[in-house]
Ligand binder design. Sequence first.
Ligand SMILES: Nc1nc2c(ncn2[C@@H]2O[C@H](COP(=O)(O)OP(=O)(O)O)[C@@H](O)[C@H]2O)c(=O)[nH]1
Ligand SMILES: [Mg+2]
Ligand SMILES: [Zn+2]
Length: 325
Amino acid sequence: MSKRRLSEQQKRRISRQRSLGSEKDTAPAFEQCNGRVVSHYGRQLEVEDLADDSGRTVRCHQRANLPSPVTGDMVIWEKNADGSGVVTAVAQRRNEFSRPDSQGRQRPVAANLDVVQVVIACKPEPFANLIDRYLVAIENLDLQAALVLNKIDLGSTDSESIDKMLSMYSSLGYPVFRVSAETGAGIQDLTHYLEGRTTVLVGQSGVGKSSLLNRLAGDQQALVGDLSVGKDKGTHTTTTARLYHLSHCDLVDSPGIREYNLSPFSAAQLCQGFVELRALAGQCKFRNCSHQSEPGCALGSAAESGAIDPRRWLSFQRLLNDASS
Ligand SMILES: Nc1nc2c(ncn2[C@@H]2O[C@H](COP(=O)(O)OP(=O)(O)O)[C@@H](O)[C@H]2O)c(=O)[nH]1
Ligand SMILES: [Mg+2]
Ligand SMILES: [Zn+2]
């Protein structure tokens, strides 16, 4: 057989790839999709049938050669005779939020988002750099970040410094909310902000993400109640992100993580990720400035003059120290 001729197997594979839209230019548009991935368990997907407003979901398998869909992905699926489904194409993602797995590989958590809401709590207290790490990741993905302090009903031994820190983030332009999922304090403002958007809740395990989801669901709690809060109930929600349609917004509850142990950012990603440093990074005396106490460093001068918050500067320096290149 001539080398230039494709084998029957190759031909079949190519035509299958085309029909499945696994290539960028053949991926279906959102309008063509009849399903949205609500959650996934291994290779099994729970897909919302978009044919009507019922919110009905179908258990689907995915065709083997498809890129792994994640929560929030728009898909085309077909019904099997047994009532289950098969996902045959995945639309090009508008964006995705990813984080490293235990081996340090970036794994997408959810796709097609408007906001990444970083949840912290008075207890457990956020560990150093956590918020800045999240913000660097979010800024580099070109997503909108918002900060939520939960459990304000508990107070904190250090509530003054947490408050000062949040005010600083607010002055950088980040929306900041102080709430209690327990008492409902501050929830109205947050509800207002989330309206019409798709938001993923991220943050350390135990900060109250699932509780917030429940509180935000209000009288729709039945929708999420049995699946979210607690260690014993709905165990699958602790291992995979899940999309919920509330009457006013879409929320993705993500599994808790003990730490946000990112593979190190590059220096360029850090400059991009610290919004107050972004514009300064091109103004250093040396083009290859490492921003670690070189003469003529525009960032260093700004820090010295007090134009940059000392805590943020310290955090930037620490992350720079671990920078990959
Ligand atoms: N006091 C208080 N406890 C809360 C609040 N929100 C959540 N909790 C508790 O914090 C624990 C962890 O909540 P959970 O929603 O499972 O956190 P997740 O791991 O981030 O989803 C649970 O025992 C909740 O009852 C709050 O606003 N105030
Ligand atoms: Mg949870
Ligand atoms: Zn510099």
